[in-house]
Structures are given as structure tokens and as C-alpha cells.
Design a protein around this ligand. Structure first.
Ligand code: ATP
Length: 358
């Protein structure tokens, strides 16, 4: 059976984890939820670092099955584990740190070469450097490459960016995005950053108090007003689109989605026809009753209001349907009343900010 099946039961005096995860066999699954909801416990249980009741199967291989009395210790589970802080061997240079990963797998079972791992994480120029001479971001890239070089059947990542400052996060993120596209093994990625989830995940599991609240695609879950993503500053809609033009002079990319065309500034050229994921923050969408004339806003889209919901004090979250795609707008309660907005009404969504996420 392809995919990951993890039925996990952990009982601690103050905490119970009770999940039945059936996850895709490729792509990045984000485990998301508030502090203490059991994300790390899930990863540790899949890794066999936590003795749990239940069953763990990864792409057809059974690692544990308590009903059958089966249990593989961690060192016999083909997994890579990346923690918040890279734990490299201080006395080995980058190449030797990675070779250590390689040795964990007999040659016949290796499906990631050292060269591939070096290439994916962009480490070519760092191979002879010692860990103490690397930046935090570089150390973390080496830790990821070392985990990959062991040819794991699953890569477990526990908030790999959490210990990095914003600049270092931005430096490592493109490599994680590349992993998401270039790897054919599943990645379980623990995060409590909606931004990371939006950029990296193809599947999202929302945990609360040791239980799965909901799971699905990030685009679907992030647009749901009854879930936490749509609230708070990071609320955004994810839009799958296809590039239709790139104007090199103005660095302007045009992409088509179900609701029309979106234009955004992108210095990196994209091929016409390429699929892109766009992120539209709720705070960057405003609403007008008529199509604005002479506006500097590039994107004006007709849309229908499907839901109006109270958000933070004085603010309303508007869920819009733009040709079958959900957009979110955060506006003031005052404007909502002034414009007499109502569910079912057709309006113009004025989209000020659109960002490419991969
Ligand atoms: N070794 C342990 N012994 C006892 N309780 C533990 C242990 N490790 C974690 N816990 C508790 O289990 C619960 C789940 O912890 P876990 O680390 O899985 O949460 P998390 O969602 O990863 O949190 P965070 O986002 O803060 O890392 C918490 O209540 C935590 O206090």
C-alpha cells in the first residue's frame, strides 16, 4: 500500500494522542496546530522514538503493529529526521557529515546519491567546511542533506526553520521548496507557521489536543472560516494558476485562474503554461461595489460574497467566490455596514497583493 498509515495512541498523565493518519506517499504533509497539540509526538512515534500502541506503515513497509506484536527500532526504520537545531558532528567536515548519513543504508537500498543531496541543498561550495564555520541556515541545509543521503523512505522535519532568524529562514526556504518538487518520498513537516505551510505543503493535517481536527489541501483548509488559518494576520487564500505571460521589461507576470487573470511583479521569469501557486493575503483584498476606474491596483476581479464573518474587533472577514476559487478579504465592520454588504451579493474584489509561493 502506498502512502503513510499511522495509527498512533500515546497516553501520558496530562496528554493523549489518538490519531489515525492516512497520508499521501509523496509530497509534503504539514502537521499544524497549537503548541502542545502533539505534532512532535506524532513524528517521534513514526520514528519509533516514542513507544506507542498502534501501527505505522510507510509505502508498504510495516514498521510497527502492536496487534501483531511487531516493532522495529528506530535504527531499522529507513527515515531521515531533521530537528530545529542541526546536530552535525563538530569534528567532521560537511562531506564527512554527509557520508555518515550515506553509510546508514546498504548500497542496494540507496536511492539518493551524495551528489543528488549536495545538488538539491546547494552545498557544492561548502563540502570541505567544518560545522563551526557555517551559518545557522547552512548548517540546517547540511543536516537536511545528511538526512537525505541516508536514502530514507520518509523525511521527518520538526520545525526545521524555527531556530533561524528571518533572513536565514528566507535563505533556506527555496531549498525546502525545491525538495518538495524534487523528492519522490513523503515528507512530514511539523510547523506552526501558516506561511511555511502555504509555501511548502501539498497536504495539511490540523491537530488539536492530540486529535486530528481536519485534513485536506492547504488551499481548502486555509479558506475555511471555521478553522484558525483564516483568522489572524496570516490569513490568506491560495490560488492555483497557470502563467499566460511574462513581461520582462516591467517584471510583470500574468496568470490565469478560475476567477480571471491575476497580475503580479516577479523578477524571475516563468514559462508560459507553468503552474504556479499564488498567495493572496486577506488584508490585501478590499471590496468595491463598482469596478474602479483609474486605479493603481492591478487586479480587479468580479466575485460573489459567500460568507461574512466577524473577525477581530471592528473587522469582518469576507469569503468570496471568484469563478469557483475562494478569496478572503479582511475589511472594517464600518465599511461592511457603509457598503451594506450581504451574502450572495456580487462585488469587485480589489487585490493589492499577490505573491508567488513556489
Ligand atoms: N517526554 C514527555 N513526557 C511527558 N509529557 C510530554 C513529553 N513530551 C511532550 N509531552 C507533552 O505532550 C504534549 C504534546 O507535546 P508535543 O511536543 O508533541 O506538542 P507539539 O504540538 O509538538 O508542541 P510544540 O509546537 O510546542 O513543539 C504536551 O502536553 C507536552 O507537554
Amino acid at each position: 500500500m502506498s502512502g503513510i498509515h499511522a495509527r498512533l495512541l500515546v497516553s501520558r498523565p496530562d496528554f493523549t494522542l489518538d490519531v489515525d493518519l492516512r497520508l499521501p506517499g509523496t509530497g509534503v504533509t504539514a502537521l499544524f496546530g497549537p503548541s502542545g497539540c502533539g505534532k512532535t509526538t506524532c513524528l517521534r512515534a513514526v520514528a519509533g522514538l516514542e513507544r506507542t500502541e498502534g501501527r505505522v506503515q510507510v509505502n508498504g513497509e510495516t514498521w510497527q503493529d502492536s496487534a501483531a506484536g511487531q516493532w522495529l527500532p528506530t535504527h531499522r526504520r529507513a527515515l531521515g529526521y531533521v530537528f530545529q537545531e542541526a546536530s552535525l558532528f563538530p569534528h567532521l567536515d560537511v562531506r564527512r557529515n554527509m557520508e555518515y548519513g550515506l553509510r546508514r543504508q546498504p548500497p542496494a537500498r540507496r536511492h539518493v546519491s551524495l551528489e543528488q543531496a549536495v545538488e538539491l541543498l546547494g552545498l557544492g561550495a561548502l563540502l570541505s567546511r567544518m560545522p563551526h564555520t557555517l551559518s545557522g541556515g547552512e548548517r540546517q541545509r547540511v543536516a537536511i542533506a545528511r538526512a537525505l543521503a541516508a536514502s530514507p523512505r520518509v523525511l521527518l522535519m520538526d520545525e526545521p526553520l524555527a531556530a533561524l532568524d528571518a533572513a536565514r529562514k528566507a535563505e533556506v526556504m527555496p531549498y525546502l521548496e525545491r525538495l518538495q518538487r524534487g523528492l519522490d518520498i513523503p515528507v512530514l513537516y511539523v510547523s506552526h507557521s501558516p506561511d511555511e505551510v502555504a509555501r511548502l505543503a501539498s497536504h495539511l493535517v490540523l491537530l488539536e489536543n492530540g486529535r486530528v481536527v481536519e485534513q485536506g489541501t492547504p488551499a481548502t483548509l486555509m479558506a475555511r472560516l471555521d478553522l484558525p488559518f483564516a483568522h489572524g494576520d496570516a490569513a490568506a487564500a491560495l490560488v492555483e494558476a497557470r502563467v499566460t505571460a511574462h513581461d520582462a521589461r516591467d517584471h510583470l507576470l500574468t496568470a490565469q485562474f478560475g476567477g480571471g487573470l491575476l497580475r503580479l511583479v516577479s523578477s524571475r521569469a516563468r514559462a508560459v503554461g507553468e503552474r504556479v501557486r499564488l498567495r493572496i493575503p486577506a488584508r490585501d483584498v478590499s471590496i468595491a461595489l463598482a469596478q474602479a476606474q483609474g486605479s493603481s491596483i492591478l487586479n480587479l476581479l468580479p466575485a460573489r460574497i459567500t460568507t461574512l464573518a466577524d473577525d477581530s474587533p471592528g473587522q469582518v472577514l469576507v469569503r468570496l467566490d471568484a469563478g469557483g476559487t475562494v478569496l478572503l478579504a479582511r475589511i472594517t465592520r464600518h465599511s461592511c455596514t457603509e457598503l451594506a454588504l450581504a451574502e450572495g451579493q456580487t462585488v469587485w474584489a480589489q487585490v493589492k497583493g499577490v505573491a508567488l509561493v513556489d
